[in-house]
Design a protein around this ligand. Structure first.
Ligand code: 7TS
Length: 411
């Protein structure tokens, strides 16, 4: 099989991949939880701290001006990466979770009323469920869910009854972190807009793994995290259409988000700073800018092509293992690089522990999607997830590890 990415070369950019775990070469198969970081990102942050650090937007001195330039420069790179109309639409947050909370609590509190409906899907991550449940409780709105069918696809036929005039916002992940399903978001957006509802895309999995163009997609908000796309932890993004963000009240109050403060009150700063109270994660934003450069150089079409090949190979290899049940779509064209499964009746935590002793890191548990696991009728599952540095041989190592686990549990 040929791949459009030079994976061997890419691996040289990731120092952590040289590590050994339990005296075996590390096989890192948990990038859906958080990806590893290339030298370009590590060095950009290191260089910033060594040469440029000062607080942003404040001092009229060289260091502060340079720090501001780099912090704002990263915003422009991110805007280009997702094809936002303007970098003013890029709000820095800590992560996807904070981005969704920002929308739920600012847009939600000012726009949702008793009787309104928030429409999510059954496969959402807790971070695209819980904030909505919280705001719904506060304002008397109702949260409803688009079902997932037995094969792991969104049951779009349910939209006929679920999308009504009461629906004010639809929240959907562009790619599920458990099923791997690439969701038909363009269609959902079109249908939601027909009833006048807004659409928030949880891009935590989609943005790192698929080409993203918010204007072509036509969504209203998009949330994503830096740490799943080669960037550092502690930095995430909320993108929103400018007119929506302009109309929303601030999320937190404090320094930087104001234009003017008196003892009586305050006027808000303009976008995007209205939503960025306090000293921001400067080095992390610069690191995310470097991550965006890194991914852009590889090309997101090539990233997707590599992951499509890897998941196709993984689905083929994993389905050979007796007692293994794969969860999610079997069509690699509609699935990202996420392979979730159960094996015999081995508890996923036991399995992850055995694999760890083989140097293999997978995620075990409910992957912050308890309602989906309830629907699937299983308490937990095991998940191997892939990224730009994943080799076919690592999928083979996983399969060997699974056979080993089966022998251990037969004894
Ligand atoms: N939405 C989706 C679809 C996710 O996969 C995750 C993280 C989040 C939201 C939350 O992102 P955060 O950066 O705010 O934490 N998913 C996972 C996972 O699958 N395993 O660990 C974290």
């Amino acid at each position: 099989m040929t791949t459009t990415l030079d994976v061997a070369k890419i691996r040289q950019d990731f120092p952590i991949l040289e590590r050994r775990v339990h005296d075996k070469p590390l096989v890192f198969l948990d990038s859906a939880a958080s990806s590893q970081k290339p030298l370009a990102v590590i060095e950009a942050m290191d260089y910033y701290y060594r040469t440029t650090h000062a607080n942003v937007h404040r001092g009229v001195y060289t260091l502060s001006e340079e720090a501001t330039e780099q912090y704002e420069g990263a915003r422009k790179k991110i805007a280009k990466f997702i094809n936002a109309k303007s970098s003013r639409e890029i709000i820095y947050t800590r992560n996807t979770t904070e981005s969704i909370n920002l929308v739920a609590f600012t847009w939600g509190r000012s726009n949702l009323r008793s009787g309104d409906e928030i429409l999510l899907t059954e496969s959402e991550h807790h971070s695209n469920i819980v904030p909505w449940q919280m705001v719904a409780k506060e304002v008397g709105a109702k949260v409803r869910y688009i079902p997932i069918d037995a094969r792991g696809y969104l049951d779009t036929s349910a939209l006929d009854t679920l999308l009504t005039k009461q629906t004010k916002i639809v929240g959907i992940a562009s790619m599920s972190n458990v099923l791997g399903t690439i969701m038909p978001i363009e269609m959902v957006i079109k249908r939601a807009h027909e009833v006048g509802a807004l659409v928030l895309i949880d891009g935590a999995q989609g943005v790192p793994h698929l080409p993203t163009d918010v204007q072509a997609m036509g969504c209203d908000f998009m949330a994503f995290s830096g740490h799943k796309m080669c960037g550092p932890t502690g930095i995430g993004v909320l993108w929103g259409r400018r007119e929506l963000l302009e109309a929303m009240p601030p999320f937190m109050g404090g320094g930087d988000m104001i234009r003017k403060v008196t003892f009586e009150g305050a006027e808000w700063n303009e976008l995007p700073w209205k939503f960025e109270a306090g000293t921001p994660a400067i080095a992390e934003a610069i690191g995310l800018g470097a991550a965006v450069d890194y991914l852009s150089n590889l090309g997101m079409d090539a990233v997707r092509a590599h992951e499509r090949e890897t998941i196709a190979y993984a689905l083929e290899r994993l389905s050979e293992v007796p007692g293994l049940t794969l969860i999610g779509p079997d069509d690699p064209d509609r699935r990202g690089g996420v392979a979730t499964f159960t094996l015999d009746n081995i508890h996923p935590h036991d399995l992850a522990d055995i694999l760890d002793h083989e140097g293999i890191a997978i995620r075990a548990g409910h992957h912050c999607a308890q309602p989906l696991h309830q629907k699937l009728g299983i308490p937990a599952s095991s998940r191997a997830s892939f990224y730009i540095y994943t080799l076919r041989e690592e999928v083979d190592r996983l399969v060997d590890g699974l056979y080993k686990a089966k022998t251990i549990f037969k004894r």
